[in-house]
Ligand binder design. Structure first.
Ligand code: NAD
Ligand code: UD1
Length: 338
């Protein structure tokens, strides 16, 4: 299939492009490089021996989108492009609504006008808010998001649902990711956050490589087995493969569908520290800090719907996730800067 991947030089996008090319799909990336690096395209080529197309452009620019869709008849779009820093979204809500929502509206308009009505969207477990129950099934009601980033995901899901209701020619797959970590086993592509990381695993790897002194563990009085927050960490390569499986579903004309992409297994912050140390032999000093506002006790998926309907199941365990995150960080202490 001919696939347009928005945000394809980013963390999850780059791993997905590798899996798509490996399966023989033709891929063009559209990315404005606001949170990624064009050198990712070289690294994807080095892994797969195929160079994806690359357009340096913005989903808010309708002319660029129209040109892309008139030049090539894409079979589907995988839509990763978006801003994702939770704290920044609280400081700059309009920037987030503009980039994520207005950008997605442009993309959907251009797709519809040019006859490409198949889309996979990167949603998040954040749409469940404080989950009504765990493990979380897709039937779990959506909740109140604690930040504008989360609301953009929830609203885009609604926009795509309404679009499908208005025109059944659309095929929409909403993928709700749990907590992606890890990196490609080659250690050549991985997560490359700007500044001090907000998320747990990049913080841990930067402590391990000596860029940061110690990990702050946000709260040890949660209602969990050791008091620290529990999440469903999923290897980014498993997540990427989930997109390839979802494409077959789209191709079959599936209408609107929603899947949780997680492992079904929850790990606490201290479980992650312990597994990282055991997988890599590197000690992670940590201190207990106050809770981070907006955090919840525990969040993990029931991923059985994706297994049943997509034939997809996460295969990589927590040790492999830690080892692969570490290989990427160790080989690239400054990300894509040499
Ligand atoms: P990322 O920042 O690494 O990738 C996003 C990419 O989109 C970047 O390369 C960025 O340059 C590009 N981009 C942003 N705005 C754009 C615009 N207006 N036009 C064109 N390109 C633009 O993030 P990621 O971790 O790979 O996440 C990919 C998607 O998955 C995002 O939509 C994110 O919200 C979603 N998601 C991520 C997580 C996670 O934990 N990483 C969890 C749930 C959902
Ligand atoms: C966060 C976002 C979520 C987003 C996801 C991926 C919030 C409330 N949620 O999820 O919307 O989709 O990132 O970008 O921000 N932790 C520490 N010390 C750290 C960092 C994290 O103890 O330095 C703990 C957290 O308290 C949490 C766990 O580690 O218990 C995971 O945190 P994180 O990686 O930020 O992911 P989420 O909070 O699950």
């Amino acid at each position: 299939m001919k696939i347009l991947v928005t945000g394809g030089t980013g963390y999850i996008g780059s791993h997905t492009v590798v899996e798509l090319l490996t399966e023989g799909h033709e891929v063009t990336i559209l990315d404005n490089l606001s949170n990624s690096d064009e050198r990712v395209v070289d690294r994807i080529e080095a892994i797969t021996k195929v160079r994806p197309g690359f357009v340096n452009g913005d989903i808010r620019d309708k002319e660029t989108l129209d040109r892309i869709f008139t030049d090539t008849a894409y079979d589907a779009v995988i839509h990763f492009a978006g801003l994702k820093a939770v704290g920044e979204s609280v400081q700059k809500p309009l920037m987030y609504y503009e980039n994520n929502i207005a950008g997605t509206l442009n993309l959907l308009k251009s797709m519809g006008e040019n006859g490409c009505k198949n889309i996979i969207f990167s949603s998040s477990a954040t749409v469940y808010g404080t989950p009504a129950f765990v493990p979380i099934t897709e039937e779990c009601p959506k909740g109140t998001c604690t930040n504008p980033y989360g609301w953009t995901k929830s609203m885009i899901e609604q926009i795509m649902t309404d679009l499908y209701i208005s025109d059944n020619e659309w095929n929409v797959v909403l993928l709700r990711y749990f907590n992606p970590i890890g990196a490609h086993e080659s250690g050549t592509i991985g997560e490359n956050p700007n500044g001090i990381p907000n998320n747990l695993m990049p913080y841990v790897t930067q402590v391990a490589v000596g860029r940061l002194k110690e990990l702050g563990v946000f709260g040890n009085d949660y209602n969990t087995h050791d008091g620290t927050g529990v999440r469903d960490y999923i290897h980014v390569v498993d997540l990427a493969i989930g997109h390839v499986k979802a494409l077959s579903k789209l191709q079959a004309g599936s209408g609107l569908s929603i899947y949780n992409l997680g492992t079904g297994q929850g790990y606490s912050v201290l479980d992650i520290v312990k597994n990282f140390e055991e997988a890599t032999g590197v000690k992670i000093p940590y201190v207990i800090k106050p809770r981070r506002p907006g955090d919840i006790d525990e969040c993990y998926a029931d991923p059985s719907k994706a297994e049943k309907e997509l034939g997809w199941k996460a295969e990589r365990g927590i040790r492999e996730m830690c080892a692969d995150s570490w290989r990427w960080q160790k080989n690239n202490p400054n990300g894509y800067d040499d």
